[in-house]
Design a protein around this ligand. Structure first.
Ligand SMILES: NC(=O)c1ccc[n+]([C@@H]2O[C@H](COP(=O)([O-])OP(=O)(O)OC[C@H]3O[C@@H](n4cnc5c(N)ncnc54)[C@H](O)[C@@H]3O)[C@@H](O)[C@H]2O)c1
Length: 337
């Protein structure tokens, strides 16, 4: 491998473009050698050229067959992640795959076996682990400041629900949205989730309920180390993207607030006002997306640890248990990976 890590991006949609911009403007020592999307059109070609990406193709296999390309980002729809990951591993490419790797734990296990055998780097797209707030909370756990962890609290609410066409194929709130929070729960506590009890409701949009999904949820978690946790999710917080977490332990607590465009507080005769939180994930987690790309290249070059196989599988095992708990109304044990 040359000094420059040469990357092929598979999927030129919303998140593929985010990574492309970061790799071309905010990450050193990388080159986006190609972007593949079966629906690539003039618009995408023009957009890519604006980022300095001159090779846009329809078939991602051209990327896999290109010996000059070291690594791929898999940013295509979820139901393609496992198959493309396996093919990429067999082609000897390092892999960054967007979450989730698949919705079926067995498919994930099989894929991870292929990846392990190939000996390539595998990173899963849990970008929130690279967020400055959540990293600081994690540090307070790691360095013993909060002591033994007793309680985890995560609030994770979107500003508005996704389009119904997205809901139909998303895998549901637990697999699509709360999966980030399940991974965050493991990351912050440093412990595995052994049992969940999930409650869900349709309070935002009846159309979401018609698709068999929920838009509001509370999940109680039991951790291997004895701690308890609670995650609340909503698809619509009218005041904006609400992303907070707290760890409470026997020596103290560490909690993060929302990031806002400014910290200005305006006070007048009508009241006291502050900015709403940053609009949505693209704004709130902008730096974390760049940071996860930096670590992907470091993992390839220096072998730094990144969220990988365990995070990919265990998050889906928790989401699957939460779905089952919602269906049965009972607590459900999370199987060991
Ligand atoms: N980490 C995060 O916060 C985050 C945020 C958004 C999306 N995602 C994940 O990223 C994935 C993509 O989501 P999105 O919002 O960018 O979707 P999107 O629909 O905007 O983009 C997907 C793109 O993939 C292309 N595509 C379809 N089949 C393909 C194939 N076989 N090969 C290559 N490209 C193909 C589509 O034409 C489309 O351009 C999903 O799995 C989603 O869960 C993660």
């Amino acid at each position: 491998m040359s000094d420059i890590v040469r990357i092929g991006i598979i999927g030129g949609g919303r998140i593929g473009k985010v990574h492309a911009i970061n790799l071309t403007t905010r990450v050193a020592g990388v080159k986006v050698a190609a972007m593949a999307d079966p629906f690539a059109n003039d618009e995408l070609v023009e957009w890519a050229a604006g980022q300095g990406i001159t090779r846009v193709i329809k078939d991602y296999k051209e990327i896999l067959n290109d010996a000059e390309i070291d690594a791929v980002l898999i940013c295509s729809p979820t139901d393609t992640h496992a198959a493309i990951s396996q093919e990429a591993a067999l082609a000897g490419k390092h892999i960054f795959c967007e979450k989730p790797l698949d919705q079926d734990p067995d498919v994930i296990r099989k894929t991870l076996e292929v990846v392990k055998k190939a000996g390539v780097v595998f990173q899963i797209g849990f970008n929130r682990r690279f967020d400055h707030n959540f990293r600081a909370v994690r540090r307070a756990v790691e360095d013993g400041t909060v002591g033994d962890v007793h309680i985890l609290r995560i609030t994770s609410r979107d500003p508005s629900p996704p389009p119904i066409d997205y809901v139909k194929v998303s895998g549901g709130l637990f697999m699509d949205m709360a999966i980030h929070d399940f991974d965050m729960a493991r990351f912050l506590t440093g412990s595995e989730v052994v049992k969940v009890h999930a409650a869900g409701a349709v309070l935002v949009d009846p159309a979401i309920g018609k698709e068999g999904d929920i838009d509001t949820a509370i999940t109680t978690l039991w951790f291997e180390n004895g701690a308890l946790g609670v995650i609340d999710n909503s698809r619509e917080a009218v005041y904006g993207y609400d992303q907070r977490a707290e760890i409470f332990g026997n020596k103290g607590s560490a909690g993060s607030a929302n990031d806002a465009p400014s910290t200005v507080v305006v006070s007048d005769a009508q009241g006291v006002r502050a900015d709403k939180p940053l609009f949505f994930f693209l704004e709130r987690y902008s730096e974390s997306f760049a940071e996860e790309m930096r670590d992907f290249t470091k993992a390839i070059r220096e072998g730094v640890e990144v969220p990988g196989a365990k995070a990919a599988l265990n998050s889906v095992l928790i989401a699957t248990a939460a779905k089952e708990s919602l269906r049965t109304g009972r607590p459900v044990e999370v199987p060991r990976a």
